[in-house]
Design a protein around this ligand. Structure first.
Ligand SMILES: [Zn+2]
Ligand SMILES: [Zn+2]
Ligand SMILES: [Zn+2]
Length: 331
């Protein structure tokens, strides 16, 4: 696997012929249920319940896309740019129980997972080679789910992924002209108009974005300005439980529409990497605002994924939000 940069869009892609990618790996017993089979454990949270040795933990991905060893060896190739896929790739085991997911676990369990995620992001950002840490979850066959156990994944990369880079650049431009955070402005307008708010819970808000990329796209964001998830995620346990409840309830709403989804956390890049090229670092604490994006996968409406030049969503945000507000939620 290596990283190549598209000289036109300036985005990095990971590519190469991977012999492991020949089909789904058969899973005889669950590697994440079996405590003894995970020698590469990175961290384990202290238990809540007696008899259970951990509540959420992080292990190195069995077939990592990025490896921590070695030098990136970034080099030119004519007009092109390439480098080795140096970084980190971890699996976050959300829960010791095979059947307790982010939508049916307790808020305490989900809060433990959120804390673990924050700790891992902060720890990986300490490596001066790392520019960005992504947390994501793919659930369902059509979403590219890899393991049957409740898991999310983390990648730490030497570049900022394309979508985040767009957001960072746009956030900075908006701030330069208005001296306000574009995400804070969105939150203010959405709360005022109350048309696309799915649910407000304590300091967090779930909304359907004004211009969705897929039907039922949902964002979860803190109502108070904060560029970095890991800061909130670590400092305020009360907030974490509120966020856990909103994630759980929102996923229940999404699942009233479809079982399959992508979830991704967007947080600020590593501040150890002041980059003159990108130029957004001076105001980044003011112009970026962390959030979670949930992109449901609708088999019958998969057309939205095939025409990626212009996103096409055959359900308006207002209709989607109305339906999700009325979804039956337990607890
Ligand atoms: Zn399992
Ligand atoms: Zn903001
Ligand atoms: Zn985003």
């Amino acid at each position: 696997m290596e990283l190549r940069k598209d000289p036109i869009t300036r985005s990095w892609v990971i590519t190469g012929d991977d012999p492991a990618e020949t089909g789904p790996r058969p899973e005889l017993s669950c590697r994440f249920c079996d405590n003894s089979a995970t020698p590469q454990q990175v961290i384990a949270k202290s238990p809540n319940a007696p008899g259970i040795p951990w509540s959420a933990r992080s292990v190195v991905h069995p077939t990592p896309l990025y490896r921590i060893e070695g030098e990136p060896g970034r080099r030119g190739d004519g007009i092109y740019d390439r480098m080795h896929s140096v970084g980190a790739h971890e699996v976050l085991v959300e829960n010791p129980h095979h059947d307790r997911h982010l939508w049916n676990a307790s808020d305490d369990e989900i809060a433990h997972f959120l804390r673990l995620a924050a700790e891992r992001i902060l720890d990986l950002k300490r490596d001066p080679r790392i520019k960005y840490v992504s947390l994501f979850k793919d659930y369902g066959k059509n979403a590219g789910q890899e393991f049957s156990h409740p898991t999310s994944q983390i990648t730490a990369t030497m570049f900022v992924p394309r979508r985040v880079l767009y957001e960072l650049r746009a956030g900075r431009e908006y701030f330069l002209s208005k001296e306000r955070c574009v995400f804070c402005d969105i939150i203010q307008q959405e709360e005022r108009q109350a048309q696309r708010v799915i649910e407000a819970r304590g300091d967090y808000l779930a909304i359907g974005p004004y211009a969705p990329r897929v039907p039922y796209e949902t964002w979860i964001m803190p109502r108070n300005h904060d560029a970095s998830f890991e800061r909130t995620g670590l400092n305020k346990p009360g907030l974490r439980v509120n966020l856990a409840a909103l994630v759980r309830r929102t996923l229940q709403r999404v699942r009233s529409i479809t079982e399959e989804f992508h979830l991704v956390l967007h947080t600020s890049p590593s501040s150890l990497h002041p980059s003159k090229n990108l130029g957004y670092w001076r105001t980044i604490d003011d112009d970026y605002h962390w959030h979670i994006e949930i992109l449901p996968v609708l088999g019958s409406k998969a057309r939205s994924y095939t025409f990626k030049e212009v996103y096409y969503s055959p359900v308006s945000s207002e209709t989607a939000v109305k339906q999700m507000r009325e979804a039956k939620i337990d607890g």
